[in-house]
Design a binder for this molecule. Structure first.
Ligand code: ATP
Ligand code: MG
Length: 138
């Protein structure tokens, strides 16, 4: 059993489809063991996406991630990181497989509805940004 960190992004909260996204997460065999709806600050978004700070889309990405509420989550299951990446689909929804969250719901390569950690190490770091041990109930 392992954990990953998820964000339901502002394009999805705006369209009131957080429940539809969560249904796909649960159908993929992942349990939502922590969850809260927050408004990210510019500072939080800049810190969270620090690895992309030299990329041309960085400022737009920070604006997007702070443009409305997000739902931050901890997901638990067997091979949680790759399992969630598989159900999310690839970054660009135009290239995402049928049956994935991004194929079904994403609006664009930026407004792509969900974030998921890309390694166990990053999952632990990202979870600790938003949740304490007492907030996670498996
Ligand atoms: P995430 O980290 O959000 O789970 P990812 O790992 O599939 O997504 P990354 O390469 O880490 O993709 O990019 C982080 C986010 O930056 C993407 O999810 C998307 O919102 C945005 N992004 C990535 N590439 C582009 C691009 N070429 N133009 C605009 N936005 C982009
Ligand atoms: Mg990423």
């Amino acid at each position: 059993m392992s954990r990953t960190f998820s964000i339901i992004k502002p394009d999805a909260t705006r369209r009131n489809i957080t429940g539809a996204v969560n249904a796909m997460i649960e159908q993929a065999g992942l349990r939502i063991v922590a969850q809260k709806r927050i408004q990210m600050t510019k500072q939080q978004a800049e810190k969270f996406y620090e690895v992309h700070k030299e990329r041309p889309f960085f400022n737009d990405l920070v604006s997007f991630m702070t443009s409305g509420p997000v739902v931050v989550q901890v997901l638990e299951g067997d091979d949680a990181v790759p399992r969630y990446r598989a159900v999310m689909g690839v970054t660009n929804p135009a290239e995402a497989d049928e049956g994935t969250i991004r194929k079904q719901f994403a609006e664009s390569i930026e407004a792509n509805s969900v974030h998921g950690s890309d390694s166990d190490e990053n999952a632990a770091i990202e979870i600790a940004h938003f949740f304490g041990d007492d907030d996670i109930v498996g």
